[in-house]
Design a protein around this ligand. Sequence first.
Ligand SMILES: [Zn+2]
Length: 407
Amino acid sequence: MKCRYCSSELAHTFLDLGFAPPSNAYLTKDDLAKPEKYYPLKVMVCDQCWLVQTEDCAQADELFDSSYAYFSSTSRGWLEHAKQYAEMMMQELYLDQNSLVIEVAANDGYLLKNFLEKKIPCLGIEPTASTARVAEALGIPVLQEFFGEKLGNQLAQEGRQADLITGNNVYAHVPDINDFTRGLKAALKPAGTITLEFPHLMRLIEFNQFDTIYHEHFSYLSLNTVSQIFNSVGLRIWNVDELPTHGGSLRIYGCHEGDAQQTLPVVQVILEMEKERGLQDLSVYRAFQEKADAIKNDFLQFLITQKKLGKKVAAYGAAAKGNTLLNYAGVKSDLLPFVCDAAAAKQNKFMPGSHIPIMKPEALFKEPLDFVVIFPWNIAEEIREQNSPLVQAGVQFVTAIPSLKYS
Ligand SMILES: [Zn+2]
């Protein structure tokens, strides 16, 4: 296989998680009587551009043949994050009624609604029909398409280039990152700004976040690699923020190569930091499998120990992260009888691979529990607060990443 960005031959494995079903292929009761498809889940690193990427697997299109859709508005913390971002950009870019804001992967309108409220014209791009409909109901115009060079050119021809193009947690999920980036270039006004947020590979390695790896997540990105990709299409990164979201993300600010905007010193600071942490050193990538295995083993040992002691354990958050961890550890419902989730679309379904049933959050209160494992550790505090009666009842909350912890 060749690198998705620079086409070099990929020779180095970063992490091999064996075989797993697609992480968002939640099963119905009927599905449990049918065979389930597993795909290799292996991540490679390119020793030329340092793009970390999932290995191509056969019938990859089927991975997206899922009826389940993620609705961004289900997390309160994420809504607040989006609102603060929108307010900051409106001020800094002097956006007004003559501006255009485009969001790629606009989801259910959780972000663009903040611009709409201030009467700033916006356009959402969202291929998933169920979420796009929710955004449209808020009054946000939505193009139900995948974004890339073709759509970028089309928008430019229609005079719909943007002052601000934004994409949160979409860049890492794009199979053809070069085509997507050319689309950003095409759809951007001459003095426009692009911002993208994505989990920072440096933090993934530092905090052992191997559970953020799943098939639909094609790329694991550093500032160094994203800078190269931007430069290759005539874009330039001039600013970058480090964010606490998703266990440590970057928000990069891009412009056309020749834009008058000067590149801020923070860009060089983070590039240097990545180099110091060994992100251009193969040994750092080669050491990761052992770290992931240790966490998997600790988690499994915890569940087995509690089972032997007769303790009751359940889980909260039927997130993709949980599926990666459960399937790699080979956990089934004998060790973890159920998981709760606030999203109605997941309730009464089963986790792919492990077949652990998904219930409403109220199920946590039906019988006395000793431990609740939180899979989306990035919002563990929010979940703890929502379930404070459990804390008062003496239930301990457990997170497996970056290392097994309960309190
Ligand atoms: Zn490469």
